[in-house]
Write a protein that binds this ligand. Structure first.
Ligand code: NAD
Ligand code: UD1
Length: 349
């Protein structure tokens, strides 16, 4: 029996594959590589010393997906596959709704057909939109400002309805706060296409000399130093949260949402200062206007995940900065670098 990981080649998926393999699970990955490279899967195998099957399949390809279910005995699914860039979702909403929502519908239909009713879904803190207060707990109202966020809210609602229709489903909705950092080996990490939108990949690109300076979006927020505050979480802690959520869905039925965050907020200036301290690299920056849609403060109350999943984030922002830089320094061109041949370990279905 195996765990199917959709979007397993991506940033969070690849880190989760490692923790699942280390915990003794058999995994099967599926990805269309629209925002990732198969090299990440080869590296997961190299890090863990374990082999696993992977399929180049798009969730929208019903026949291709069905073959995965026919060929394998799948007992649960961790569903990462989706498009995630907020700005792109505003420019191409139909593409986002089709890929994220139709992809999830086809996946759930296939799961139902093959009697696989255990699902862990990648949701996001974006479902809380502009919260009235912090810390944010799971019972806060859901509203969001962009199509990407709406795909997450809609999918959460679809999965709630699915459970109401058939209470033998076990579903966890994991609302991630701000995942950053990389596996401590520096062998896998985040490899965004083009200019990074998010803070940490932008900082590492400045540290490596690819970009001249960081623009800090807003210095007049009602926060201690005027810059935006977020709940940054180490991607390996986040990956471990999936192992705990998987244990939960495998042993129970129901549908539950969990915040995966540290419960602590850090400002942009604190992240810059910590990055400079642990790496010795200087990050030149200038202040720019607020980014439209940004909130002043966003951090979690992660106590429900602690109580019900037995999960807490262990790593702090120093480890997050250190590991993000370790990955960037060892892989200046991400997965496009020449060293991919060191990780030849292809496992075709
Ligand atoms: P990612 O882009 O690195 O990984 C997503 C993977 O899904 C990619 O490998 C992509 O190729 C694949 N994919 C996309 N559409 C697909 C399809 N139709 N069929 C098959 N594969 C497909 O992103 P990530 O950062 O690892 O995020 C994983 C999930 O977590 C996403 O659903 C994202 O929305 C969610 N999330 C991410 C963050 C974050 O900050 N990274 C925060 C909150 C939620
Ligand atoms: C982003 C996404 C959000 C997603 C979240 C979790 C956007 C608009 N929102 O939010 O949907 O759920 O990631 O991963 O993309 N910053 C700068 N300069 C930069 C980049 C960012 O100052 O070049 C600031 C931002 O204003 C913010 C903080 O850094 O205060 C973090 O930004 P980012 O990494 O983009 O994450 P979020 O804004 O939380």
């Amino acid at each position: 029996m195996a765990i199917l990981i959709t979007g397993g080649a991506g940033y969070i998926g690849s880190h989760t594959c490692i923790e699942l393999l280390n915990a003794g699970y058999e995994i099967i990955c599926l990805d269309n590589f629209s925002n990732s490279k198969s090299a990440s899967l080869n590296r997961v195998a190299a890090i863990t010393g374990k082999s696993f099957k992977w399929y180049e399949v798009d969730l929208l390809d019903r026949q291709g997906l069905e073959k995965v279910f026919i060929d394998n005995e799948i007992e649960a699914v961790i569903h990462f596959a989706g498009l995630k860039a907020v700005g792109e979702s505003v420019a191409s909403p139909l593409h986002y709704y089709h890929n994220n929502i139709t992809g999830t519908l086809i996946l759930c239909e296939m799961m139902e057909k093959y009697d696989v009713k255990k699902l862990v879904f990648s949701s996001s803190a974006t479902v809380y939109g502009m919260p009235d207060s912090v810390p944010i707990s799971e019972d806060f109202p859901m509203h969001t400002t962009n199509p990407y966020g709406r795909t997450k809210i809609m999918i959460e609602e679809i999965l709630q309805d699915l459970y109401v229709s058939d209470i033998s489903w076990g579903i966890c909705l994991l609302r991630y706060f701000n995942p950053i950092g990389a596996h401590e080996s520096g062998i896998i990490g985040e490899d965004p296409n083009g200019t990074p939108n998010n803070l940490m990949p932008y900082i590492t690109s400045v540290a490596s000399g690819k970009r001249k300076e960081l623009q800090v979006y807003g210095c007049d927020y009602p926060t201690a130093d005027g810059t935006g505050v977020r709940d940054y979480i180490h991607v390996v802690d986040l990956a471990n949260g999936h192992v705990k959520a998987l244990e939960k869905v495998m042993s129970s039925t129901g549908v539950d949402a969990y915040n995966l965050g540290t419960g602590k907020g850090n400002s942009v200036l604190e992240i810059i200062a910590t990055f400079e301290e642990v790496t010795g690299k200087r990050i030149p920056y200038t202040f720019a206007a607020r980014r439209p849609g940004d909130v002043a403060e966003c951090y979690s109350d992660p106590s429900k995940a602690k109580e019900e999943l037995g999960w807490v984030a262990k790593r702090g922002i120093k480890e997050m900065c250190r590991d993000a830089w370790n990955w960037q320094e060892k892989n200046p061109d991400g997965y496009k670098g020449k060293d991919n041949n060191n990780f030849k370990n292809r496992h075709l279905p």
